[in-house]
Design a protein around this ligand. Structure first.
Ligand code: PSU
Ligand code: MN
Length: 309
């Protein structure tokens, strides 16, 4: 009787990431939902390419993560990146359905939560994104709280973002992070940023002003045996920011539209983002790209600092 083949995880490293792993080089993970659900083509592809280039400039290697036809990719070569940027109808996968996309041989873009899971599996300790998901406004009725928050509490990856998206309830998002024991460290500012704006109106729980200090903090957590990730909030560069008061007007309108169109669940964040791009005539998209690039730079520096022992 032949034994059935034992199942294996269809996971594939790009040549660049495989080589980086072999020589122990610093690697920065990147998510793909921002590519398929966060920005329109071709801006999404330009963003994905420039973010990868910025990470290389820092002496680290980028690993964009996505499920393509059922294979979990850790790092995409340029042809695959372009294919993904043009893909219509990719799944938006999080903790609940990452394995589903693989098992069912689907193409899925990974959210912050799913990217963290894949990064940890691949031994990658730093990850750059735009803004994490969080507690939605009105969550007391809708119960809409992103799986990103729970993932930060359990998976040991440093996530560099520009704060929580201002479309969310930021005070409640910070409360949940505190309850779940996730350190929130703002880079070089006392104030927690709100994605498009540098100022959310809230003080940051923690502040550090060098990549080395952030790396050292995470190392101490690991030595202490405290599991879970860390959120690093990196305020958008001043030149690219849209002031909070101005953004609030657009956000209120976008939230109204979402309610009228009865948008719920996973569709909420992509709907609001594209609504805002239209209302600001592309300005919010420019800001979004600038802040992701800024986060890639810092994540690259942190990855390099983590490698210096
Ligand atoms: N950051 C961006 N644009 C995005 C996202 C983050 O600049 O589109 C995505 C991330 O993948 C994040 C997701 O995990 O939005 C949150 O979705 P939800 O609120 O449905 O959990
Ligand atoms: Mn949600």
């Amino acid at each position: 009787m032949t034994k059935p083949a034992s199942p294996f995880l269809p996971m594939e490293y790009s040549d660049e990431v495989a080589a980086a792993k072999a020589r122990g080089a610093p690697i920065v993970a990147l998510e793909s939902t921002i590519i398929t659900h966060g920005m329109p083509y071709p801006g999404n592809l330009n963003m994905a390419r420039s973010v990868e280039a910025i990470i290389r400039e820092q002496g680290a290697v980028p690993a964009t993560i996505a499920v393509i036809h059922g294979v979990l990719h850790i790092g995409l070569d340029d042809a695959k990146l372009e294919e993904l940027a043009k893909t219509q109808g990719a799944m938006k996968v999080s903790r609940a359905d990452l394995a589903f996309a693989i098992a069912e041989r689907r193409t899925g873009a990974t959210t912050v939560a799913a990217t963290m899971i894949a990064a940890a599996r691949a031994g990658i300790r730093v990850f750059a994104t735009g803004g994490i998901g969080g507690v939605h406004r009105g969550a007391e009725l809708s119960f809409d709280i992103s799986a990103d928050l729970d993932e930060l509490a359990r998976t040991g990856v440093i996530v560099v973002c520009a704060g929580a998206k201002a479309i969310l309830d930021i005070p409640k998002t910070l409360e949940v992070l505190e309850t779940r024991g996730v350190p929130v460290v703002t880079y070089d500012s006392e104030i927690f940023p709100a994605f498009w704006s540098r100022d959310s109106g809230l003080k940051s729980p923690l502040m550090l002003n060098s990549p080395a200090a952030i790396a050292n903090f995470q190392t101490m957590r690991e030595l202490l045996g405290v599991e879970g990730g860390m959120l690093v909030a990196n305020p958008v560069p001043e030149a690219a920011e849209i002031p909070r008061e101005e953004m609030e007007i657009y956000i209120a309108r976008a939230l109204d539209n979402a309610e009228n169109d009865e948008i719920t669940g996973k569709a909420v964040t992509p709907y609001l983002l594209s609504n805002l791009f239209e209302m600001t005539e592309g300005r919010s998209l420019e800001t979004n790209i600038a802040l992701v690039e800024n986060n890639a730079r810092l994540a690259g520096e942190i990855a390099v600092a983590l490698n210096v022992k």
